[in-house]
Ligand binder design. Sequence first.
Ligand SMILES: NC(=O)c1ccc[n+]([C@@H]2O[C@H](COP(=O)([O-])OP(=O)(O)OC[C@H]3O[C@@H](n4cnc5c(N)ncnc54)[C@H](O)[C@@H]3O)[C@@H](O)[C@H]2O)c1
Length: 322
Amino acid sequence: MKILITGVAGFIGSHLAEYYLRAGNEVYGVDNFDDFYPLAVKLKNIEPLKANSNFHFFEIDITEYSQFSKLEDRSFDLIVHLAAKAGVRPSIEAPQKYLRTNVTGTLNILEYMRATKCNKLVFASSSSVYGNCKTIPFAESTLTDEPISPYAFSKKSCELLNYNYHHLYNLDILNLRFFTVYGPRQRPDLAIHKFMKKIMNGEPIEMYGDGLSARDYTFIDDTINGIVKAGTYVLNNNGVYDTINLGNSSPVQLSNLISAIEKVTNKKAEVVVKGMQEGDVDITYADISKAKEVIGYDPQTKLEAGLKKFYDWYVMNNAVTA
Ligand SMILES: NC(=O)c1ccc[n+]([C@@H]2O[C@H](COP(=O)([O-])OP(=O)(O)OC[C@H]3O[C@@H](n4cnc5c(N)ncnc54)[C@H](O)[C@@H]3O)[C@@H](O)[C@H]2O)c1
């Protein structure tokens, strides 16, 4: 199969490319090395991919439609669109940039699909679309009309835009709402990575709120498994437009996360308590019954086991992430 992955130099994209290459596919990867985190980290993410002759990399900024001409019409069987400006808090500082990359960028992917008659798309949405939803666990049927950050707004907008292209041009699309993904190569801005780095360096960590906020941390291998299953589903079915949670359905309170990191690193954290951050939600908690039913998603990794894998990777790769 010929698969296009956008955001391939990122955390999730590089893992997904690795998976599809191992399975013998031809993978085309797009990224613009956005400066959200260091270029060195992204170059290291794609270094092993480049050694595979079935991997083809294109430096393309998805907000510039003219740059898609570099890809030509390659008759892709499937597109997995992961490229985005990620992160809730920074989106409040730079809403225009977030909307341009996430919404205009997605529109350009859809236009490229229309132009090249590729009609199978898996899209990376986010648990943030649920905002401060009071009904837990979060089910896909819940109304998601109250985003509390520009990032959440951008992802919800993309889901709607995807519906529009499904309706107008018969594109088969699955929106996947990821829930705080972690594991080797995790984005350096995310809590597990930040905490591990600071605890390992003997620096204090900042805990926002009273430690009772909770996240449905999902290990990268489980997320990749879900994306691949979603890809197979859109490839094998016609008339598809749907939205599915890819979480772990097992939220962990922030104070418990810190204790678990202390345990795996065998170091005590110095915790500085700060107020809750604007845009942050109290809890994320995925109802994954639909994901199980529709694509056979079945996450396996317990927090302790996933943290241990992240720790082992962190120790081996400390130099580039520091
Ligand atoms: N990691 C998570 O916990 C999580 C949770 C929910 C949703 N998501 C979504 O999953 C996707 C992947 O997340 P990630 O954690 O791997 O993030 P990441 O930042 O590591 O990867 C995103 C990649 O997109 C690239 N990119 C950004 N702007 C671009 C542009 N204009 N043109 C081309 N490439 C561009 C970046 O350079 C980066 O390599 C994103 O869409 C993100 O919003 C992630």
